[in-house]
Ligand binder design. Structure first.
Ligand SMILES: CC(C)(COP(=O)(O)OP(=O)(O)OC[C@H]1O[C@@H](n2cnc3c(N)ncnc32)[C@H](O)[C@@H]1OP(=O)(O)O)[C@@H](O)C(=O)NCCC(=O)NCCS
Length: 406
């Protein structure tokens, strides 16, 4: 490919010498100086083979890379997959196709490696749909005044929470998180290097708040920061809260509720957050924002559709449309429901339902519904019964949750 001035853009794997330039590029593009600690951890998670750069006249003007990750799909199967990250193109070289060139090269490599799916977190919602990605998990941020939070009499404190120092947190948090993520669709396993970044807790990542505090239960944990202001005193901002059992979740909230000097608490959770059901005033946790966390791109349609379980019996022929990588086609998906295995094979017969590959990812994890996408004109299914059954089959008992930003 060439630039407007005719000079060539070269696309190749990164070398060690490229890294200072990659760090500079991402620092400018994401508006923050990237610390050595973070770039060191990134290099561990993304060895040079996982990093593709675009150069112009010897200068790095674009980059994309991936971490080797694992995600849980509905029904509990674990899928190894690449997580795309650090995507950026120099502001001097925008909108001339460098991102498209980089992602084409990167995704061709994913296909060659046999990856069934790829994921990412998006800086903007308008970029990745054209590359076949769809949003698969949403975080809902709530804020409330802890001083008005009274628990219902049904919210009995199961106890078992301890105040943990960092060394105890380092030992216990990763295995608890690992248990949690294996039972939650959409959750991504956190590599050891990622945890090292969490516990390093550099001042540059604190946004002016305190270092991390940790509350620990055998089946769950909370990490949070405290922010002080002249107006509202001390407010508590939850960074991570994961509980394997409802008892652990309740015990952690009862303990947070006991932090008398804290005014407000801010927390982000999935759509099916339990907290309002624990309080006398369920309106107290006020939704202050919501945003997508993970996006997924299906690379192997039948493989991925076979990997999850379905809520009901299903036998439908679907057409999947993929303008970016041409991995679509017509497939017959059959399942007996009740968590049993599904079959999915290429089919010759006419499709009863047509869906874009990004929208298929969105409904696959249970966060978005086929009926909603059909109402929006994004799924075509002339027979309403087929649509309803398809929609029901993809529902999940718990809302999906990503668990890891990268
Ligand atoms: C987003 C970014 C990587 C795009 O790079 P680029 O080389 O200018 O993109 P391209 O010219 O290859 O554009 C590819 C397509 O994406 C579209 N696009 C690019 N940036 C977009 C944006 N911010 N919002 C919506 N669409 C965008 C282009 O219009 C083009 O569409 P088309 O091919 O369907 O016509 C670049 O603007 C950037 O570095 N932004 C800051 C960092 C960032 O947000 N990175 C993404 C991290 S998840």
């Amino acid at each position: 490919m060439t630039t407007e001035t005719g000079s060539a853009i070269e696309v190749r794997n990164a070398t060690d010498d490229d890294w200072p330039h990659i760090v500079k590029l991402d620092s400018f593009n994401f508006g923050g100086h990237i610390a050595d600690l973070k770039s060191g951890i990134t290099r561990e998670l993304a060895p040079n083979d996982n990093v593709i750069v675009a150069t112009n006249g010897g200068q790095v003007v674009g980059v994309t890379m991936h971490y080797d990750l694992q995600i849980t799909v509905p029904g509990g199967a674990l899928i190894d997959l690449p997580g795309v990250t650090w995507v950026s193109v120099a502001p001097t070289h925008r909108r001339r196709g460098i991102l498209r060139t980089l992602l084409t090269e990167q995704h061709q490599r994913f296909l060659e490696s046999g990856a069934p799916m790829s994921i990412l977190t998006a800086s903007e919602g308008g970029i990745y749909g054209r590359f076949g990605y769809g949003p698969i998990t949403t975080e809902f941020t709530h804020k409330f005044d802890r001083r008005f939070a009274a628990f219902r009499s049904t919210t009995v404190d199961p106890g078992g929470v301890r105040l943990a120092a960092k060394d105890e947190a380092e030992e216990f948090l990763p295995p608890i998180y690992d248990r949690w993520r294996r039972q939650r669709a959409g959750a991504v396993g956190r590599p050891a290097a990622y945890w090292r970044g969490v516990f390093a807790d550099p001042e540059s990542e604190r946004g002016g708040a305190s270092a991390l505090f940790f509350l620990l239960h055998d089946d769950g944990f909370v990490s949070y920061r405290v922010r002080e202001s002249a107006d509202s005193g001390m407010s508590l901002e939850i960074v991570d809260m994961f509980a394997v059992t409802p008892e652990a979740y309740i015990a952690l909230w009862r303990t947070l509720g006991g932090l008398d000097l804290m005014s407000t608490i801010t927390v982000s959770e999935s759509r099916d957050m339990l907290l309002p059901y624990l309080l006398k005033d369920p309106r107290l946790p006020r939704l202050t924002g919501s945003h997508d966390l993970l996006w997924a791109r299906i690379l192997d349609v039948p493989g991925v559709l076979r990997a999850r379980s379905y809520a009901c019996e299903l036998d439908v022929t679907i057409e999947v449309v993929d303008d970016f990588l041409d991995r679509g086609g017509v497939f017959r998906l059959t399942s007996r429901g009740n968590g049993g295995n599904a079959q999915c094979v290429p089919a010759e017969e006419p499709a009863r339902l047509t869906i874009g590959i990004g929208d298929l990812a969105s409904i696959y994890f249970g966060e978005h519904r086929a009926v909603t996408l059909a109402q929006a004109g994004r799924i075509s299914a002339p027979d309403p019964e087929i649509l309803e059954r398809f929609d029901h089959a993809f529902t999940t008992s718990a809302a999906p949750r990503g668990g890891m930003f990268f």
